[in-house]
Design a protein around this ligand. Structure first.
Ligand code: ARG
Length: 464
């Protein structure tokens, strides 16, 4: 990056009598991070020039020169032939200066009827819209991986937990489908946010609109925006769409972090429910036996920065008077880091989920250990005419006996069980087995294997 410091190089240098302080120049510049907007900046400029020619502000020849020039600048950037200059402050002025270097005086006409204020708002929206589409696809890839795994594990029984204490048996497929539902809401939130990203601020100019006979609907159509924004002051100062996106991202990360926590627990020797392939884990430099679930841990850890970026943006906006303020330049780094972080986390998860191996025997043993069919025994007694509260008490006593004897309910004899209630008959063993327990919860949203399979089918249709 070059660091020339001449008043003459600044597109706004006219009213200034001394060069910008060298530190201030670096302090106020955004080109170090906003250069990633170059592609969308050029796309926006091409549409703007096309519109200016349509309404007669530029000639057809000027428009073509500008468009060819901008495409050449883009090629320079992509070929690594572009020297970004800090004294040109940001991506917008760097691109425009290079255009004028290439095509001469006509380049100076491009900025007619616009301002960097509406330009930058347009660029971020164009950029974010593309990133949303990439993120949406990655989210679907992860969801499809979950559906395949849930279908494969529809019959696998594990303990379900409340308070992280064994509660009732569930199927592993059912547990995975809970993750799927969280991601489905994320996907819907993302599409909802996209609607408000996809409106065009260009034409607001600095804040009040412009005196040229612009055709905003035409530019919006060229850029694939749903419509132009309604109010020029709001257009240049609104960053709600970035906050909404970061809020979607924070919730997504919160979900991924919860999955991560479970994967970390489940890979431990204490749970031993699943195996993650070696390629998603790392070892220890001192303890030879270790295989650490680094990917889930890191995803859980990265939730902090994404949640932080949401708070950064909310705080950035909270005291700004209308319309544009330089504060807004601070919107980019949190937004960009949010995008990069969630793309990385989604890729890691979409690659890793299909490779999760369930340790069915271990899950089963754990489900048997915690008296997970105690509720089933209570329900059995109720069906034989015992009031629920009494049934609860009877089963509590049977569990206490099992704790003392170190035996599960299903491992007791009929005579032993009958000590607690004489309505208990030999059919009790149908409900005390893990299979009996999950199969009995056979309704929409329940854990029965048949319901899990049906939920997977419906989910596939919802993904389209
Ligand atoms: N780099 C600036 C930003 O990111 C572009 C807009 C600057 N406008 C201005 N009037 N200083 O917000």
């Amino acid at each position: 990056m070059t660091d020339q410091n001449k008043t003459s190089e600044k597109p706004w240098g006219g009213r200034f009598s001394e060069p910008t302080d060298a530190f201030v120049e670096r302090f106020t510049a955004s080109v170090g991070f906003d250069q990633r907007l170059y592609h969308h900046d050029i796309t926006g400029s091409i549409a703007h020039a096309t519109m200016l020619a349509k309404v007669g502000v530029l000639t057809g020849e000027e428009r073509d020169q500008i468009i060819d020039g901008l495409n050449a600048v883009k090629a320079d950037i992509e070929a690594g032939r572009f020297q970004w200059s800090v004294s040109l402050e940001d991506v917008h002025m760097n691109v425009e200066a290079r255009l004028t270097d290439r095509i001469g005086i006509t380049g100076k006409k491009l900025h007619t009827g616009r301002s960097r204020n509406d330009q930058v708002a347009t660029d971020i929206r164009l950029y974010l819209r593309d990133e949303i589409d990439v993120i949406a696809e990655e989210l679907v890839r992860l969801q499809q991986g979950l559906l395949d795994l849930a279908e494969r594990e529809a019959d696998t029984i594990m303990p379900g937990f409340t308070h992280l204490q064994t509660a009732q048996p569930v199927t592993f497929g059912h547990h995975l489908m809970a993750w799927f539902e969280m991601l489905m809401r994320d996907a819907e939130r993302l599409q909802d946010c996209r609607k408000r990203v996809n409106v065009m601020p260009l034409g607001a100019a600095a804040l009040a609109g412009t005196t040229y006979p612009i055709d905003r609907a035409f530019t919006a159509e060229l850029l694939g925006f749903e419509r132009p924004t309604e109010n020029s002051l709001d257009s240049v100062s609104d960053r709600d769409f970035a906050i909404e996106f970061c809020s979607f991202a924070a919730l997504l990360m919160t979900h991924l972090s919860r999955f991560s926590e479970e994967l970390v627990l489940w890979t431990s020797a204490q749970f031993d429910f699943i195996d993650l392939p070696d390629r998603f884990c790392t070892g220890s430099s001192i303890m030879p036996q270790k295989k650490n679930p680094d990917v889930p841990e890191l995803v859980r850890g990265k939730t902090g920065r994404v949640n932080g970026h949401l708070v950064s943006l909310l705080t950035l906006m909270k005291s700004q008077p209308l319309a544009y303020n330089k504060d807004n330049q601070e919107d980019k780094e949190p937004l960009f880091d949010t995008i990069d972080t969630i793309k990385g986390c989604l890729k890691a998860y979409a690659d890793m989920v299909p490779a999760i191996r369930a340790k069915a025997d271990s899950m089963r043993e754990a489900a048997k250990r915690g008296f997970s069919t105690a509720t089933d025994l209570a329900d059995y007694l109720v069906k034989k005419g015992v009031p629920f509260r009494d049934a609860h008490e009877i089963v509590g006593k049977a569990v206490a006996f099992g704790v003392a004897e170190r035996r599960d309910l299903a491992d007791m004899t009929l005579a032993e069980l009958q000590q607690f209630s004489d309505v208990i008959g030999p059919d009790v063993f149908d409900v005390l087995t893990l299979e009996g327990s999950v199969q009995a919860r056979d309704h929409l949203g329940g854990t029965a294997p048949a319901q899990v399979r049906a939920a997977v089918q419906r989910a596939r249709a919802r993904l389209g």
